[in-house]
Design a protein around this ligand. Structure first.
Ligand SMILES: [Mg+2]
Length: 232
């Protein structure tokens, strides 16, 4: 029986509108490119880094951003001046300085809360996590907030999930964890018996197939929980 639903934060509940900002800058640089291919190129760059350089996206952004933008440009496939674009993005729209909720979040957490689920966050994030949660209005919905910078361990280590179980009093089989990163979120949570579901918002863009339960919108979460209850 699922009693608690915990979420990853970045790219699961919140995102940074870097694609929108990039389109503006590219237009100023003379490239009239639509938002969709830019979003897709960032999505693929994220997947690339998650897969080949696990953990690096949790470091200070300046330590990998120029390199990340090179990968982004490769996926975009347009001949652009990457260093100029990188400097513009960094200075005018510093990545990670603004976070916004995906449009399906509020409706989902409100519904789950009213159905009596214990809700929580398990996130690899620095000390700004709580202010991000406050800004987007999620703090009051969350019964437990477990942030890597506060607890001293990060996903995919089992210990961060064990802290969440301990604090919430839930058994692993009573928790459902929702995340966007196959390795850090899904494989890691499943290892200790937590039910895990991948939020895969753009399955048509994925280059690899994931062998796990998946949803493409948080609105599918209630149906997913109902299925788990039927199986139990
Ligand atoms: Mg994430």
């Amino acid at each position: 029986m699922i009693k608690g639903i915990f979420f990853d934060l970045g790219l699961t509940l919140v995102y940074t509108p870097i694609a929108e900002d990039t389109v503006k800058i590219l237009r100023e640089m003379g490239h009239d490119i639509e938002l969709e291919p830019v979003k897709k190129a960032y999505y693929l760059a994220d997947q690339y880094f998650f897969t080949y350089y696990p953990g690096i996206m949790n470091r200070q952004i300046d330590s990998f951003f120029p390199w990340y933008m090179d990968v982004f440009a490769r996926f975009l496939g347009v001949d652009i001046h990457v260093p100029a674009l990188t400097v513009e993005v960094m200075h005018r729209f510093p990545p990670r300085s603004r976070w916004v909720l995906y449009e399906d979040v509020m409706e989902t957490v409100t519904a789950l809360k009213s159905q009596g689920y214990i809700l929580g966050i398990i996130s690899n994030w620095d000390n700004t996590a709580r202010s991000v949660l406050d800004t987007v209005g999620l703090t009051d919905y969350m019964d437990h907030i477990i942030i890597s910078a506060e607890v001293g361990c990060q996903k995919p280590l089992m210990s961060i999930f064990e802290i969440a179980l301990y604090r919430s009093g839930l058994k692993a089989e009573q928790m459902l964890f929702v995340g966007d990163n196959y390795t850090d979120d899904i494989v890691a949570a499943s290892k200790i018996g937590i039910h895990a579901v991948l939020i895969n918002r753009y399955p048509e863009w994925n280059r690899e197939k994931f062998n796990c339960p998946q949803i493409r919108s948080l609105k599918e979460l209630s149906g997913h929980v109902a299925k788990l209850i039927q199986i139990a």
